[in-house]
Design a protein around this ligand. Structure first.
Ligand code: C2E
Ligand code: MG
Ligand code: MG
Ligand code: MG
Length: 299
């Protein structure tokens, strides 16, 4: 398992067992999609260039399994991709995120992760257009996040879909930038509005001079192409300050907010009045995932 889903040994005695677990989990996921009650979206705040102004949220899918409890997306999304369940699952995510975003202040965007496998199952431009129409969310408030793995296959079809989305007014972000093949040609060929610097880089900012230089170069390259830059996984105040100094446009991470259930969102910016800050800090502590970020209270 730890060695990745494409690796297995014929001589591994537990293979049957693992296949059975996988089959069971697939059945359970199909049921979860059917009933809808075990699935939910958590939202992680996105912050503007000052690091204090709320600009939107990224939708992050959660599955609360009746017996196993929370199953991490890193486990069930690959399963959904392999079994074709990503089709209905992804449609549920898109529809739910767009519908929920219509209840927020209308300056706030919602970012939805799309998997490469969804591009094979659905005409995504058509699906997005219909979802926006049904929910009433303006295209300008929707952002889709894709990873580089998508761009490596089916280039012409994917390019057509992304162009159609872009023409509709939907923003397109490249997620986890810098960790995959990061072909710079992708930035040239595809209509990206934003790149999200992977938290693998953010983590080492300030402590590794090479990382500082790489991040600086990514920001400078993106800006010269008129692409905005988000930094993922901001966990400390020094990381935030370093990124702000380099002109990063958007911040996301446990320092600023953890992913939260939709009912817990206050839509308050850190720059708002003191009572809003108090409210927000309360929101950061409860019922956030695991412990609150220690630096959050110092802000
Ligand atoms: P991602 O799109 O890169 O999302 C960011 C992940 O980093 C989230 O993990 C988030 O909880 C985590 N994160 C955010 N800030 C910090 C931080 O400061 N420190 C650390 N250590 N982690 C942070 P999560 O929710 O477990 O999601 C993992 C991945 O699963 C996502 O990575 C995305 O690729 C995928 N995923 C989640 N929801 C969906 C979905 O609805 N559809 C698809 N296709 N993929 C999804
Ligand atoms: Mg993402
Ligand atoms: Mg990411
Ligand atoms: Mg990531």
């Amino acid at each position: 398992k730890a060695s990745g889903r494409s690796t297995f040994s014929f001589y591994d005695a537990s293979l049957d067992e693992r296949l059975e677990t996988r089959r069971q989990l697939t059945r359970d996921l199909r049921e979860a999609i059917g009933s809808g009650t075990q699935l939910s979206l958590n939202y992680q705040a996105l912050w503007g260039p000052d690091g204090k102004t709320l600009t939107g949220y990224e939708a992050l899918l959660r599955w609360n399994h009746p017996e196993r409890g929370p199953v991490p997306p890193s486990e069930f999304i690959p399963l959904a991709e392999d079994t074709g369940l990503i089709g209905p699952l992804g449609r549920w995510v898109l529809r739910t995120a767009c519908a929920q975003a219509t209840t927020w202040p209308d300056n706030l965007a919602v970012a939805v992760n799309l998997s490469a496998a969804q591009f094979r199952h659905d005409d995504l431009a058509e699906l997005v257009a219909k979802t926006l129409d049904d929910t009433g969310l303006p295209a300008s408030r929707l952002e889709i996040e894709i990873t580089e793995s998508l761009l490596m296959s089916n280039t012409e079809q994917v390019l057509g879909t992304l162009r159609a989305l872009s023409t509709m007014g939907v923003s397109i972000a490249m997620d986890d930038f810098g960790t995959g093949y990061s072909s710079l040609a992708y930035l040239w060929r595809f209509p990206f509005d934003k790149v999200k610097i992977d938290r693998a880089f953010t983590q080492h900012l300030g402590s590794d001079e090479k990382v500082n230089l790489i991040v600086k170069s990514i920001i400078s390259l993106a800006h010269s192409l008129e692409i905005r830059v988000n930094a993922e996984g901001v966990e400390t105040e020094p990381q935030l300050q370093a990124l702000r100094a380099q002109g990063c446009d958007e911040f996301q991470g446990f320092l600023l907010a953890r992913p939260q259930p939709v009912e817990q969102l206050t839509h308050a910016s850190i720059a708002d009045a003191t009572d809003a800050i108090a409210e927000l800090l309360e929101g950061l502590n409860l019922p956030g995932e695991a412990a609150p970020a220690p630096m959050a209270e110092a802000r």
